[in-house]
Ligand binder design. Structure first.
Ligand code: FES
Length: 326
């Protein structure tokens, strides 16, 4: 049995048992444990940390039914403008390959207090929602409605599963064709706060959708609203520039190019830095900033820490140079 240690970045090997293209740029991987081992159980909404073939850590929601033991299912969208983690998964992983993963962590669980659920998914945000829908349909004691918003049919994963007898009456799939005028109108669903009928709202998807749902649900009780976010937006930005980092303790100086993190370049110079999420959410890579002005892109530093610390997995420099206590 592989121990379940939700807060540990400890990794263990699994084999790729299947790799299936489930939508444009989205591949579902079935992960099986090495022989003689068992995978830790999980609940709907959980994700696992994955060491991608590029070396970067990424978090992927488990999209299968929690009652389906012996395997994990994850679906990975190839982000062409990302930092290479998802592309290395989609482009290089084949059946039979080994992958290092961590035990499931659930920061997006179905709330025991809810009497019913409104699940809103956009794009690849369907992954935790599919697991939730499967779990709720199987349990049968609480109603749910799943709204799944995508650009077009080719970008829509899991259509067959969502059209199955167990799910189809609770699922609405909507394509907007990339036209804001064709966007699904969520307001009729969100106008009445969930506290009225014990409904809880869950949302996972692109930043634009999450911001829109946040705006439209501001009058809901905070305890009934749940958003899944896998961290800071780590994609390179149009105005990103290379900058220099001086590591005072180890006496290293290096350039951090566009599309690479301080963490990755420091490691390539033999500097050991702890990390776990590599997406600006866990706090593992917190580093003392000795001089220079950081461009903070994490989700953990408090405002009062931002002058003196930096999360080196995602943040960059506002100017040309940073000096770090590394
Ligand atoms: S590794 Fe988690 S915040 Fe940097």
């Amino acid at each position: 049995m592989i121990p379940s240690q939700p807060d540990s970045p400890e990794l263990f090997p699994v084999a790729i048992a299947a790799a299936d293209r489930v939508a444009r740029d989205i591949v579902q991987f079935e992960l099986r444990p090495a022989s003689g081992l068992e995978l830790p159980p999980f609940e709907a909404g959980a994700h696992i940390p994955v060491r991608t073939p590029s070396g970067a850590m990424r978090q992927y929601s488990l999209c299968g039914a929690p009652s389906d033991p012996g395997r994990y299912l994850i679906a990975v969208k190839r982000e062409a403008a990302g930092r290479g983690g998802s592309a290395s998964m989609v482009d290089t992983l084949q059946v039979g390959a080994t992958l290092q993963i961590g035990a499931p962590v659930n920061q997006f669980p179905l709330d025991d207090r809810a009497r019913s659920f409104l699940l809103i998914a956009g794009g690849i945000g369907i992954t935790p929602m599919l697991s939730m829908a499967l779990a709720l349909a199987e349990d049968g004691s609480r109603r749910f409605r799943l709204i799944y918003l995508t650009r077009d049919r080719e970008a829509t994963a899991f259509l067959d599963q969502l059209a199955s007898p167990a799910l189809k009456s609770s699922v609405t799939v909507h394509h907007d064709g990339g036209d804001p005028d064709q966007a699904f109108d969520l307001w009729p669903l969100l106008e009445k706060p969930g506290s009225v009928n014990g409904q809880h709202l869950y949302c996972c998807g692109p930043t634009g959708l999450m911001d829109a749902v946040r705006d439209m649900s501001g009058h809901w009780p905070a305890s009934a609203v749940h958003f899944e976010s896998f961290g800071a937006d780590t994609a390179p930005r149009a105005d990103d520039r290379a900058f220099t980092v001086l590591c005072r303790k180890s006496a290293h100086e290096f350039e951090v190019p566009v599309g690479q993190s301080i963490l990755a370049i420091a490691r390539s110079h033999g500097i050991a830095i702890p990390s776990s999420c590599e997406s600006g959410t866990c706090g593992s890579c917190k580093t003392v900033l000795l001089s220079g002005c950081a461009d903070h892109r994490d989700m953990v530093l408090m405002p009062e820490e931002r002058e003196s610390h930096i999360m080196v997995c995602v943040s960059r420099a506002q100017g040309s140079r940073l000096e770090l206590d590394l």
